[in-house]
Design a protein around this ligand. Sequence first.
Ligand SMILES: Cc1cc2nc3c(=O)[nH]c(=O)nc-3n(C[C@H](O)[C@H](O)[C@H](O)COP(=O)(O)OP(=O)(O)OC[C@H]3O[C@@H](n4cnc5c(N)ncnc54)[C@H](O)[C@@H]3O)c2cc1C
Length: 395
Amino acid sequence: MTSRRVLDVAIVGAGMVGAALALDLARRGFDVALIESRAPASWRAEDEVDLRVVALAASSIALLRHLDVWTAIASARASAYRRMRVWDALAPGSLGFDAADEGASALGYIVENKLIQSVLWQAVERHGDIALHCPARVVASELDAGSAARTLAFEDGSQLRARLVVAADGADSALRGLLGIETHDRDYAQRGIVAHIAHARAHEATAWQRFLPGATLAFLPLADGRSSIVWSVENDEAERLLALDDEAFRAELGAAFDFRLGAVTATTKRAAFPLRLRLAERYIGPRFALVGDAAHVVHPLAGQGVNLGFRDAVELANTLVDARERKADFATEHVLRRYERRRRSDNAVSARAFDAIQRGFGSDNPALAALRGAGLALIDRVVPLKRFFARRAAG
Ligand SMILES: Cc1cc2nc3c(=O)[nH]c(=O)nc-3n(C[C@H](O)[C@H](O)[C@H](O)COP(=O)(O)OP(=O)(O)OC[C@H]3O[C@@H](n4cnc5c(N)ncnc54)[C@H](O)[C@@H]3O)c2cc1C
């Protein structure tokens, strides 16, 4: 792939965020390369629903619509959730959101990561003008003499030059390390157990979340009537739950959920993901920017990780387009600072809020539990406060 041509933007990582950004920029006339270490697994309707799903907020769906990929995703397999219910195991009081209160038909959609990634990948391939490099792995990144471009060097010895390099290579971003960006990390010492389950009662197109001492449990509605669970528990407890046979797991899961949807009648295999907070100390530098999980990894309790990442992609693309319209060099640190200022503060506020919720709701202190219950009930009753939270969750 070595060429003397200088591209506008080289994006490393074709996950959901990197692929969406590549497509958006290419459709807006930028000369783009997308570099991915392994081709995404193809999604097939006849396959079992993949265990990795995300709850997409309204802002993410707006981006996918703008990229003309939402119809393909929604018609393949997406499940609308129209309500959210949040409650605490140790205190009375609950919080509920209804799409109808916002004049919307859905609060969001539950979709398989693999489906989003594969539809975006196909759209990138169809576009024709995006230079796709896969499999390829970056081993070095150097600013050119004169600082007008950055050179990426690959494992196979080839090179590529671009005015702007974007790290979209996920939580363990190798490019972030090559660019010398430190992260602030907190290990939650928890794992998120995921599985798809069947239950005795209908899920009512509702995303349910229960806070328990040291744990959170979400049931996300799937289109086939089952629910996808994310059960965040301490590492030892995760080991124990993963080792249970299906019958014992179903019984414990039903009890942890207070049998809100009746007994858990079936489960798929389970998988577990380590949970941590990871925030990059900077999002930009000389001819580079970070987006998505490469910039921020948050606790999944609010289901916001990729929603924040898509908002990064939108803000970065708008920043570059605005600069180009002003005939300015779109990849100077001066220009990129607008992107960093807007996204870093929003992501940090969200990450710290999820962190505080994780700590506050994880405690079994009775005084804290009473405060939590009262807080949920208060937000539920005070309409402007509730709308604030609903709007923030929608992006
Ligand atoms: C249990 C759990 C539940 C979650 N639920 C939700 C939810 O409901 N809603 C939500 O919004 N978020 C949720 N998230 C978070 C969400 O999954 C992530 O935020 C999202 O996947 C990040 O997308 P990304 O494109 O930034 O990174 P990734 O998905 O990690 O993509 C990175 C890409 O870069 C590639 N790559 C890696 N290294 C290199 C390299 N050196 N060179 C080239 N390519 C490379 C990878 O192959 C991959 O394709 C959840 C997370 C967990 C763990």
